[in-house]
Ligand binder design. Structure first.
Ligand code: GLC
Length: 656
């Protein structure tokens, strides 16, 4: 059951669509204190585990640290960071009597999960207006499923978006893009998407294409399409201030941009220089911006990524002026503070306003809704522009609710082994919060990758719905064909395509049934105390457990099996090794060019032949891997249209 407790007059976020009953008095779990802002407190038992928070730092079990929901352009996700790009305010406290909490609050919100005092969970914010949803159920997973149902069905991308994609900041010309496609195709490394970062635009202006570099863009999109390649352009939140640029002029004329207190259009400097921010919280502005995607859809584009939508601000005229007035203190004037340093408030977020139903709402009060509503603008736009066809969409910033309109990538990580593991840890938490189409920049965005890191990261990426290799301008080239022995990359990425029927089927079941595609082991083995300890393996779908290698120079890794399972390795010669392992701890050898996974007792999964693009995957002639006599219910459809409910999409396969 979901109970909704209303404090003050909350801002309507549209995160929760239904399925709750009103709560009264104190919440069913914990206490609320409204004397200074809002403060929720719950006394945790020693063995309680806290799951959730979606795209957040640190472990699957969130206990022992603080997290601040405050969408932040944070390119350095080191361990101490409190805020990343997203605000996913849902947690489940798993103990004797499990319960879930969703704090539907659009501004900065702190979760102190046993940080100040190891037995206390406190969630607090400055404001007093919020909706608190308290969910009870028999198990953590039953709580998640109720929550997922209440927040509405997760976004479903087109099937091609389950292929592998190459991205890099810095591809500018047709030659650059053709070179990437040629590099992959010549080496027979599968590829479905090439991402277009900001350099495809004219002067970083949204909904423009550089005419000199792309004299006939639709023809180029077609040329790529003929090779089964989808070009996926980026769209940034800030609209360049430039006379004669229609998006700018229409936005100004219709008051579709965020305003300063004096009513003038707010200016922030981002990639294009001076920009205005579309007021995505205003439904008319949202509809207007959503319509703009037509410019690229009409030229054959079928997917986009929305970026810089925290919104990221390099500086504003106001912040620059302040900096100049406030020079660095003289050496000697520094002192070590005796209270913990909090992440500084971004004063720029207090300088602009949204028009919500005629009232001006200061941005910092609704900050975490901005990226969400940019994605919503796109999603609602696609529903009008291409009602029958799915469009690929994922975003950097998000709030719960955005999961209905798109996926997310987890932002600017680094080419660090620790970020490979962080990628894994975020997956179940994101799924809890409704985000199913998710992935990290494989190989790492910042810093220079290495061949072994990229291979190991790809061996996790083969399982993540969004499988994209992306890197920063100026870093070491990260396309797979740049490294020695490209056949190892062909093989590892090829495993993705062999697993595609299974992964797509499990994704669709998770979306249609409000389930998690990735789960902590404890969700499936609640009576096994050891399973609750595992932070580097995940259950995937109904059949699989994944155990990627995430340490440098490792020849394998330790794994924990809650039950007897089939250890499967995809070997570089295209064969699959199978070994039954008993419950308990094992060390498994995994070479750099192998992909390991486990199949559960009594289960089997479908396998396709190697293919170089999603369109070439033959999902009619599948073999089954796993236990004799096991059955698998496969979901498949054309991957384009939206008739998800058609029972003809399901068929039962049996391993003889
Ligand atoms: C941001 C994005 C990154 C992109 C870059 C340039 O840092 O997170 O993915 O490459 O901007 O557009």
């Amino acid at each position: 059951m979901i109970q909704k407790y209303v404090y003050g007059t909350p801002f309507e976020t549209d995160a929760v669509l239904g399925q709750w009953v009103p709560g009264s008095g104190e919440p069913a779990f914990g206490t609320v204190d409204l004397s200074e802002g809002f403060r929720f407190t719950y006394s945790m038992a020693e063995e309680d585990i806290v799951y959730g928070l979606g795209e957040a730092n640190r472990g699957i079990n969130k206990r022992g640290y603080r997290y601040v929901s405050n969408c932040t352009d944070e390119p350095n996700h080191t361990e101490e960071k409190l805020s990343l790009y997203a605000a996913h305010n849902f947690i489940v406290v798993a103990g004797e009597k499990p319960f879930g909490l969703f704090f539907d609050y659009p501004a900065s919100l702190t979760f102190d999960i046993g940080y100040t005092r190891s037995d206390l969970l406190t969630v607090f914010c400055q404001g007093k207006d919020l909706n608190l949803y308290v969910i009870d159920g028999d198990t953590p997973y039953s709580i998640v499923r109720q929550f997922r149902k209440a927040i509405g069905r997760s976004y479903i991308p087109p099937k091609f978006a389950f292929g592998y994609g190459q991205s890099r900041w810095g591809y500018r010309t047709m030659k650059d893009f053709r070179g990437v496609v040629q590099g992959y195709r010549a080496n027979h490394i599968p590829l479905d998407m090439v991402y277009m970062d900001i350099d495809y635009m004219q002067d970083y202006k949204d909904f423009t294409v550089n005419g000199e570099n792309f004299p006939d863009f639709p023809a180029f999109v077609r040329e790529m399409g003929e090779q089964n390649i989808h070009l996926v352009p980026i769209i940034d939140a800030g609209v360049k201030v430039e006379e004669g640029y229609p998006v700018y002029e229409e936005g100004v004329k219709n008051n579709f941009f965020c305003k300063r207190a004096d009513g003038s259009d707010f200016v922030a400097v981002v990639w294009p220089g001076r920009t205005h921010f579309p007021d995505f919280l205003n439904p008319e502005a949202r509809a207007w911006f959503g319509e703009k995607y037509r410019f690229l859809l009409d030229q054959g584009i079928e997917g986009f990524w929305n970026d810089m939508n925290e919104p990221a601000i390099f500086f504003t005229p106001e912040s620059k002026a302040e900096q100049q007035q406030d020079p660095m203190p003289e050496i000697g004037a520094f002192s070590i503070p005796d209270v913990p340093v909090e992440e500084p408030e971004n004063m720029d977020y207090q300088r602009f306003y949204h028009n919500v139903g005629g009232s001006m709402i200061r941005h910092d009060r609704v900050h975490n809704l901005y990226g969400y509503n940019m994605t919503r603008a796109a999603g609602e736009g696609f529903d009008r522009l291409t009602p029958d066809r799915r469009i690929l969409m994922f975003s950097r910033a998000s709030y719960i609710g955005a999961h209905r309109y798109g996926g997310v990538w987890t932002g600017d990580n680094c080419s660090w082994w620790s970020h490979l593991l962080l990628n894994l840890k975020m997956l179940p938490s994101l799924n809890m919060c409704g985000f199913l189409y998710v992935g990290a920049d494989l190989g790492g965005f910042g810093q220079n990758t290495t061949r072994d890191l990229l291979l190991r990261w790809l061996a996790l990426g083969v399982f993540t719905p969004l499988m994209r290799n992306h890197s920063i301008l100026g870093s070491r080239r990260q396309e797979c064909y740049q490294f020695e022995h490209p056949e190892d990359f062909r093989h590892v990425i090829g495993v993705r395509y062999r697993l595609l029927p299974y992964l797509y089927s499990e994704y669709m079941k998770a979306a249609l049934r409000d389930e998690m595609m990735f789960r902590p082991l404890a969700f499936d083995f609640p009576d096994d105390p050891m399973a609750a300890q595992v932070e580097d393996q995940l259950m995937l779908g109904g059949e699989v457990m994944i155990t990627p290698v995430y340490t440098q120079n490792a020849a394998g890794r330790y794994v924990y099996l809650p039950e007897k399972m089939l250890f499967v390795k995809f070997l570089p010669d295209g064969t699959v090794s199978e070994e039954v392992l008993s419950a308990g701890h094992h060390y498994v050898a995994v070479a750099l060019n192998e992909v390991p996974m486990f199949i559960r007792k009594g289960k089997c999964i479908p396998l396709a032949q190697f293919a170089e693009s999603v369109a070439e995957v033959d999902s009619e002639h599948l073999t089954l891997l796993g236990c004799e006599g096991a059955e698998y219910v496969l979901y498949d459809d054309d991957g384009v249209h939206k008739d998800y409910e058609n029972p003809a999409h399901f068929r039962t396969l049996r391993k003889e």
